[in-house]
Design a protein around this ligand. Sequence first.
Ligand SMILES: [Zn+2]
Length: 174
Amino acid sequence: MAPPKPKKYTKFRDVQAEILKSGSAIFRDANGVESLIVDSPYSIRYIHSYAEDSPFFLGLAGGKLMGSKCTGCGFVYATPRGHCMECGEPTEWLELPNSGRVHAWTTCQFGSEAFLKDTPYNLCLVEFDGAGSLLLARLKDCTQDQIWIGMPVVAKFSATPKYSITDVWFVPKK
Ligand SMILES: [Zn+2]
């Protein structure tokens, strides 16, 4: 007996859900083209160095947001940089506040492997007092219609850190 035909969907979000459930689905696009999509898990072992970025990830594991401050002009980067984009001088590490405000945000309908099971999810650019640049992170514990520009948010850190950017996310500040 032939296996059941994969179910057809016109929204990729529905395809994702079906793939997770049954391992295959057909995506029908706006032109009526039907593509068979299958789940073919594979894994690689990726041993790599964070090099000069290491304090950022060690900070997340310790419940700290580490930014950097220019040793020349004093510009503060919420997304750390080795050298200043304003004047070119090296930077030094600086602990950022754990709370800030939503500068901009978007809803992601698709994501890379680490985020796939959370889609759709919200991403926000967070601004901090005393910092001249922004930090991109997930925004959890709120729905789209509850988010507003300038909304106070606070960082949450994974209790089981994986030394990854997924070790931190933001939630509305209560
Ligand atoms: Zn500078």
